[in-house]
Design a protein around this ligand. Structure first.
Ligand code: EPU
Length: 440
C-alpha cells in the first residue's frame, strides 16, 4: 500500500486552497442521520479515511450509507438491524461510541466497545457516561468483554452539567436528547462551531434545540424529518494547516468561505507574529512579513487556541525570530511530532512549566504523581533540512508534511494514511500551491 510522501522542500508555497468539509462535523452528521426514519443526504462531506471507515461501520450495522457523488453521501437508516457495534470496525474510528444515541433510540438497548486509549492521550469517556446516566440511560461497562451495555428504559429526561467540557460528549448528549421528555438542559458544554453545525442540521430537521454559549436546551420532538440536503461547514483545522504551511515557507494564502470567527484567536496570534491578515469579499488573505515574530500559545477549547492547531503552529515557529512556548492543556499526549522535527534540525525541547492547580488547569483528567510533558520551547529561526519522518497521529502528520515542505532538500514522510484520515486531496492541494510532493 502506498503510505509515504516524498517531498522536495525549500520552495515558497502560495496560492488559494478550496477547503473541504469539516471532518469533525461530517462524522457526527453521519451518525445523527441514523436518528431519522428515512433517507438523508449530506453535502460537502470530505472523502477522507475516517469518513470511509465510519461508512463501513454503519453498513456493518445493516444501514446503507455511501457516497453518491464526490462529496455527497446518502444514508438510509431504515434497514439498521444490529444493536452491537463490531469491535474491529469500532477500533478504527473513535467516534463509534457516539452510536449510543441512534442505537438506543432504535433498539432500546445496545452494546458499544470502549473507545479506549488513543495516540493523543487516554481519552476516557467518563464524563459522557455520567451525562448519559443523568439523562436516564442505564449503562455499565463489562471489563470481561470490553463493551458498554446500555439500556434506555424510558425517554431521556433531566439535566446535566459537564465538570469539564467535552466536544463529542456535548454532541452525543444533544443527539440523545432530541427525542427526550420535557425540556433537557445541558450546562458547561463545549462550544466548537462543529457543534453549532450539528444543531443546525437537527433543527433544520424539526428538532428544538437552543444554545446560549455553554448552555443548551432541548425540547423533545417525536421524530426528525429530512427536508433538504444538509451542507457540512468548511474544515477550519484544514484551513489552519494550509495557513501555517504557506507562512512557514514564506508564502501567502487565500482561503474562501471560512468565517473568521471560527479561527479568531489564531488570527490574533498571527497578527502578533507580524502576519498580515486581510478580510475581503474574496475571502481571508494571509501574508507573512519579512520576519515572523515568536509568539507563545496555550491550547484551550473553542474559542481558545485549538489543540488541533498547535503542531502546525510549532512548525511555523521554527521559522520565527526568538523563543516561543506552546502549552498543551487539552490532551496529554499531543507532542509526537517533537522528536521528528529534531531530525530536521529544529531547536525544540520540552520544558517544565509551573502550574498552580493542574487538576483545574488541564482539560484531561490530571492524575497526581504522573509525569506529564505539556510544554515545549522552540528557538528560531532555523534552516531545516530534509529527513525521514514517521507519523504517529493525524495533526502531527500534517505538521510533519509541513515541516518537510519548509525544509531544504528531500524528505520521506511515512504513515500518511494517518494524515489522510483527516485531509482530503492533500497531495493535490499542496501541488496546487507549488509544493513538490509525491505519494509512493
Ligand atoms: N475527556 C475525559 N473524559 C471524557 C471526555 C473527555 O477525560 O468523558 C478529556 C479528553 O481525553 C481530552 C479532553 O477531555 O483530554 C477534551 O476532550 P473532548 O471530549 O473535548 O475531545 P474529543 O471530543 O474527544 C474532539 C475532536 C478532536 C479535537 C477535540 C477538541 C472529534 C472527532 N474530535 O475530540 O479532534 O481535538 O474535540 O476540540 O470531533 C482531530 O481532529 O485530530 C481531533 C483529535
Amino acid at each position: 500500500m502506498e503510505d509515504s510522501y516524498i517531498i522536495r522542500g525549500g520552495k515558497k508555497l502560495s496560492g488559494e486552497v478550496t477547503l473541504s468539509g469539516a471532518k469533525n462535523a461530517a462524522l457526527k452528521m453521519i451518525i445523527a442521520s441514523l436518528l431519522f426514519n428515512e433517507k438523508v443526504v449530506l453535502e460537502n462531506v470530505p472523502r477522507i479515511n475516517d469518513v470511509v471507515e465510519l461508512l463501513h461501520l454503519i453498513r456493518s450495522l445493516g444501514a446503507s450509507a455511501d457516497f453518491i457523488d464526490k462529496n455527497r453521501i446518502e444514508i438510509d437508516p431504515t434497514s439498521l438491524n444490529q444493536n452491537k457495534v463490531d469491535l474491529l470496525h469500532a477500533s478504527k474510528i473513535r467516534v463509534s461510541f457516539m452510536l449510543f444515541a441512534p442505537l438506543l433510540y432504535k433498539f432500546g438497548n445496545c452494546l458499544v466497545p470502549n473507545p479506549g486509549g488513543c495516540r493523543i492521550g487516554a481519552r476516557p469517556i467518563d464524563r459522557i457516561v455520567d451525562g448519559m446516566k443523568n439523562l436516564g440511560v442505564e449503562i455499565r461497562y463489562i471489563s470481561r468483554t470490553g463493551f458498554y451495555e446500555a439500556k434506555l428504559p424510558d425517554k431521556p429526561r433531566g439535566s446535566f452539567t459537564f465538570n469539564k467540557p467535552s466536544h463529542t460528549g456535548t454532541e452525543l448528549l444533544i443527539m440523545l436528547s432530541v427525542f427526550g421528555k420535557d425540556r433537557i438542559i445541558l450546562e458547561n458544554c463545549a462550544n466548537e462551531p462543529e457543534i453549532d453545525n450539528l444543531i443546525d442540521f437537527l433543527n433544520q430537521s424539526g428538532a428544538k434545540i437552543t444554545k446560549n454559549n455553554s448552555r443548551i436546551e432541548i425540547d423533545g420532538v417525536a421524530k426528525l424529518k429530512f427536508s433538504h440536503p444538509f451542507k457540512i461547514i468548511p474544515d477550519r483545522n484544514e484551513a489552519i494547516t494550509y495557513v501555517c504551511l504557506t507562512l512557514a515557507t514564506g508564502g501567502s494564502l487565500l482561503l474562501k468561505d471560512l468565517p473568521i470567527e471560527s479561527i479568531g484567536i489564531f488570527v490574533d496570534k498571527l497578527r502578533q507574529a507580524g502576519v498580515e491578515v486581510k478580510e475581503s469579499p474574496e475571502g481571508l488573505f494571509f501574508r507573512r512579513g519579512q520576519h515572523l515574530k515568536a509568539v507563545n500559545i496555550e491550547t484551550t477549547p473553542h474559542p481558545g487556541f485549538m489543540t488541533d492547531w498547535q503542531p502546525n503552529w510549532a512548525v511555523m515557529m521554527t521559522q520565527a525570530n526568538g523563543k516561543s512556548i506552546i502549552h498543551e492543556r487539552v490532551f496529554e499526549n499531543r507532542f509526537s511530532y517533537v522528536e521528528e522535527l529534531k531530525k530536521l534540525g529544529a531547536k525544540i525541547k520540552f520544558i517544565d512549566a509551573k502550574v498552580e492547580n493542574p487538576s483545574d488547569f488541564y482539560f484531561f483528567n490530571y492524575k497526581k504523581g504522573r509525569n506529564y510533558s505539556q510544554t515545549v520551547e522552540i528557538d528560531g529561526p532555523v534552516r531545516l533540512h530534509g529527513g525521514i519522518l514517521n507519523i504517529a497521529d493525524l495533526r502531527a502528520g500534517a505538521s510533519l508534511a509541513t515541516a518537510a515542505l519548509a525544509s531544504e532538500g528531500e524528505s520521506a514522510v511515512n504513515g500518511v494514511s494517518i494524515l489522510e484520515r483527516g485531509y482530503e486531496d492533500f497531495v493535490k492541494k499542496v501541488g496546487n500551491l507549488g509544493g513538490e510532493i509525491k505519494k509512493i
